[in-house]
Design a protein around this ligand. Structure first.
Ligand SMILES: Cc1cc2nc3c(=O)[nH]c(=O)nc-3n(C[C@H](O)[C@H](O)[C@H](O)COP(=O)(O)OP(=O)(O)OC[C@H]3O[C@@H](n4cnc5c(N)ncnc54)[C@H](O)[C@@H]3O)c2cc1C
Length: 377
């Protein structure tokens, strides 16, 4: 293949950057990831991937591209699960309960029924008190604290190189005088191949919410959908569930392999508040045990006391949402290097909102297809 070992830079080491970098390595490129934050670092509001649930529940009823990416990702995971039983992803039964059923809900239900092969509407005898509609199907649950290092290790094992840096702009990487300090990541690794040439065939931009502020992108269509969740210790919970309340609040539970469980959540548009709010924590707990009493230890379910929830952590993450939906496309950067104008192709891959895990492999493949199309020109 002509483009074998062409050098490619990926900016971002979240679920999107890591998945894309793996696909680029598999396609034969020499790949370096540049990022401020990597898996295993202290959790940061600037790194959404570490805060996610995460499960695969397709919301893409109207966005055709996202629908395609989610579908491809689902089938990639089904393949990975067959190949590698140790992957930190589980198939779990999902239950969807609703206290009201509005005309829009029918659209969502029709979509889910086509997406998940074992989808079934629950009988009224299977519904908890106060619930008017329910459905069930099998889906994927990602153990995020294990899945991100899994991706990083897979990237490094394939020969990828990682450098820590904070970029004021994408072009800063390409200009010796503007380039910020770079540190080999992981700090303990010996980079036998030395630094990259800084003459890449293309740059892939996977900066998530950072796409709003990184120079050369500055996409003001990107905004946060704030998600506040709790991590609960409840190894006896094996189902993935959502409960749609009459007043619009959605409680949800996502189990992890570790026995920890995510209890959500909020979807707060354009809210940048980086730490938990006591009133939200209270709401999450109260609604959580009302909707899912199984979060409590078996002997404590009768009394339904929020104090009996074993809360390990209060979490806040900013879903990188984008007006117009996810951006996976190409652009270019023209810059002056030593008095000479050079043009570098850019592949953008950001703005996945609340669906970065469930669309990760589809997005990664599309980004690498675009990469191949621009570097072969
Ligand atoms: C509470 C919550 C629940 C969620 N649940 C789900 C779910 O169930 N299913 C699902 O599919 N998704 C879910 N999501 C959404 C998912 O987490 C995101 O879509 C996904 O993590 C976005 O990944 P990303 O790689 O684009 O961004 P990030 O993870 O934020 O990574 C961005 C990367 O870019 C780097 N970067 C940015 N700017 C710069 C710069 N200037 N210089 C250097 N590096 C830079 C960062 O350091 C980081 O490495 C949830 C999110 C939250 C908050």
């Amino acid at each position: 293949m002509e483009n074998k070992r062409l050098e490619v830079f990926v900016v971002g080491a979240g679920v999107i950057g890591l998945s894309t970098a793996i696909r680029a390595l598999e396609a034969g490129f020499d790949v370096t990831i540049f990022a401020e934050i990597f898996p295993g670092d202290q959790k940061s509001i600037k790194y959404t991937s570490c805060w996610a649930g995460a499960d695969h529940i397709s919301h893409a009823t109207t966005n055709d591209l996202m629908h395609r990416l989610e579908r491809e990702t689902f089938s990639v995971f089904m393949g990975l699960l067959k190949e590698d039983p140790l992957i930190p992803v589980m198939i779990r039964p999902h239950r969807r309960y609703a206290q009201v059923f509005q005309p829009d809900d029918q659209l969502k239900i029709d979509h889910l029924s086509k997406f998940y092969s074992d989808f079934r509407i629950l009988e009224s005898s299977e519904l908890p008190d106060g619930v008017v509609h329910g459905a069930t199907f099998s889906t994927l649950c990602f153990d995020v604290p294990r899945y991100l290092p899994y991706l990083l290790n897979r990237f490094l094992a394939l020969g990828g190189r990682a450098l820590r840096t904070t970029l004021p702009s994408l072009s800063a990487l390409l200009s010796e005088k503007d380039r910020p300090t770079l540190e080999v990541f992981p700090a303990t690794s010996s980079d036998e191949r030395g630094p990259p040439t800084f003459n890449p065939a293309a740059v892939i931009n996977c900066t998530g919410i950072g796409a709003r502020s990184v120079g050369d992108v500055l996409d003001t269509d990107v905004y946060p959908t704030r998600g506040e969740v709790l991590i609960i210790r409840a190894p006896w919970v094996h189902s993935d569930s959502t409960f749609h309340w009459k007043d619009g609040h959605v409680s949800y539970v996502i189990p992890r392999q570790s026995g920890d469980v995510i209890l959500g959540g909020t979807f707060q548009v354009d809210d940048w508040h980086a730490t938990s709010r006591p009133e939200t924590v209270k709401l999450l707990k109260e609604r959580g045990i009302e909707a899912f009493p199984e979060l409590l230890p078996p002997t404590k379910r009768e009394t339904r006391n929020v104090e009996d929830l074993d809360v390990l952590e209060e979490c806040v993450g900013l879903r990188p949402t984008r007006n117009g939906g996810v951006r996976v496309d190409t652009a270019s950067l023209t810059l002056d290097v030593g008095g000479k104008q050079i043009t570098i192709p850019i592949v953008h891959n950001y703005g996945h909102g609340g669906a970065g895990y469930q669309s990760s492999w589809g997005s990664a493949s599309l980004a690498v297809d675009l990469l191949e199309s621009v570097v072969n020109k």
